[in-house]
Design a protein around this ligand. Structure first.
Ligand code: NAD
Ligand code: UDX
Length: 454
């Protein structure tokens, strides 16, 4: 084996990223370590602990060939020349910066662990999303007290869940930030060579470490801002009779704006957007830029407003009460093609509906187990149903919260027959054929569109 690589953190980023790297770099021996022994056992079994289209096949090709999973990072550190760190960096929930700043305790513990077990120089690659200048702090910790020399690079990950494998195989760009010193440039060149196994060189960008760290926060902030912008417009559409899909189409055809990420809905979820926006807000605040902080905070607030507005709309169209009414929730994952429910809008919407004393029946093809955990404290107010037809039986309304393709293919005539009348559909993702549903007999309420009620 030409190179030994270790990745610490076998989650949504570490697992898929290293599986693709092992597939494309057969001469590298890649180990992925995690504290979570159950997660490691799942990876080792060939049944990945996360659902991601195409992942299982890649793992099947590489597992125990040049891809290995271990619960013992300590033992793997010394052998590796390059160590990727993709541990979680959630929003801090305590102390200074609580609710905004990134909690870097896992990152720092990992740095200290690397320092404790390394006997030869290493390149340490920051794959987790971190605040600007984290690499500097980590390099300081790693190199404190002399001894082995560490070079820290920033290499943020841009994959989106549900399309992770495709994103990793054909990235828009790979970004590598390093220091402008002979050692820094050599480390960057080594990482460039690794990615050049499968990524065209013109798509591998190099930059300063701080620019690289900030670019990751900036890209997520821009994407989230587009969603909040179209969602803000969806509210105006509903009051003026315009159709948000028509508006998005017209706006998106301007080549300066582009058509993607202009889909109005119940708001963005996922483990990244809110966390990274708040991280940016905190960065602005702590650098004495309150106006810039306020600007980005508003993107998060618009997202929360959109969820509340959706539930308020449901109440308004259901005679201002949902007490004891059964509501079928179609989709719980934060987006289609993943079982991940972190920060899913469905969590907040279900909680709000439960507060209104509705009886919820949740369906999701991949996220029911996570839904059960997320809503555990709601007890009997929620039922979890693996069959969408049974979920809708006896319901007054369906709330579609995740745009899984399967919801477009259901037999809505059959569903309508089994529901209480008037039967309502609230399409929180504008995913369904509203004309056809109205014809069947449903009252149809979609985001940013005129209501269709009988
Ligand atoms: P995750 O929670 O799925 O995985 C992180 C893993 O790190 C966990 O399994 C945890 O047990 C492990 N871990 C923590 N400390 C450890 C230690 N000292 N030793 C060994 N293992 C340790 O998180 P994720 O979604 O993979 O995200 C990881 C990072 O990547 C975050 O900074 C996130 O912001 C960033 N990111 C995530 C995505 C995404 O789509 N999920 C995309 C781009 C970037
Ligand atoms: C995001 C970034 O896209 C990715 O580059 C980064 O590495 C991690 O964060 P992810 O959160 O996995 O990826 O999924 P994404 O496709 O960005 O969707 C995020 C949320 O926005 C989902 O809840 C999705 O439903 C919502 N969304 C997306 C919209 O509401 N409208 C859109 O037009 C696009």
């Amino acid at each position: 084996m030409k190179k030994n690589i270790l990745c610490i953190g076998a989650g949504y980023v570490g697992g898929p990223t290293m599986a693709v790297m092992a597939d494309r770099c057969p001469e590298c021996r890649i180990r992925v370590a995690d504290l979570n022994a159950a997660r490691i056992r799942a990876w080792q079994s060939g049944e990945p602990p996360i659902y991601e289209p195409g992942l299982k096949e890649i793992v099947a090709r590489t597992l125990n060939r040049n891809l290995f999973f271990t619960a013992d990072a300590d033992a793997a550190i010394e052998e590796a020349e390059i160590i990727f760190v993709s541990v979680n960096t959630p929003t801090k929930t305590f102390g200074e910066g609580a609710g905004r700043a990134a909690d870097l305790q896992y990152w720092e513990k990992t740095a200290r662990q690397i320092k404790a077990h390394a006997r030869t120089p290493k390149i340490v690659v920051e794959k987790s999303t971190v605040p600007v200048r984290t690499a500097e702090a980590m390099e300081y910790i790693l190199n404190a007290g002399g001894g082995v020399r560490f070079e820290v690079l920033s290499n943020p990950e841009f994959l989106a869940e549900g399309t992770a494998i495709e994103d990793l195989l054909h990235p828009d760009r790979v970004l590598i930030g390093g220091r402008d010193t002979p050692e820094g440039r050599a480390a960057v060149a080594e990482l460039v060579e690794l990615y050049a196994h499968w990524v065209p060189r013109e798509r591998i960008l190099t930059a300063g470490v701080w620019s690289s760290e900030l670019s990751k926060l900036a890209a997520n902030a821009f994407l989230a801002q587009r969603i909040s912008s179209i969602n803000a417009l969806s509210a105006i559409c509903e009051t003026t009779g315009a159709d948000v899909a028509e508006v998005a189409r017209a706006v998106g055809m301007d080549s300066r704006i582009g058509p993607r990420f202009l889909k109005a809905g119940v708001g963005f979820g996922g483990s990244c957007f809110k966390k990274d926006l708040l991280n940016l807000v905190y960065l602005c605040e702590s650098n004495g830029l309150p106006e810039a902080a306020h600007y980005w905070r508003q993107v998060v607030e618009m997202n929360e407003y959109q969820r509340r507005r959706f539930v308020r709309g449901m109440l308004a169209h259901m005679f201002n009460t949902v007490v004891d009414k059964r509501i079928a929730v179609f989709g719980f994952a934060f987006k289609a093609d993943t079982g991940d429910t972190r920060e899913s809008p469905a969590i907040h919407i279900c909680r709000q509906l439960a507060e209104e004393r509705a009886k919820l029946v949740v369906h999701d093809p991949k996220a029911l187990e996570n839904a059960r955990i997320d809503l555990a404290d709601l007890g009997d107010a929620v039922r979890y149903e693996p069959d969408p037809y049974r979920a809708a039986e006896g319901a007054h309304a369906i709330a579609l919260l995740t745009d899984w393709a399967l919801y477009r293919e259901l037999d809505y005539r059959r569903i309508y027959e089994a529901m209480v009348k008037p039967a309502c559909i609230f399409d929180g993702r504008n995913a369904l054929d509203h004309g056809a549903l109205f014809e069947i007999g449903f009252n149809v309420y979609a985001i940013g569109k005129p209501p269709r009620a009988h």
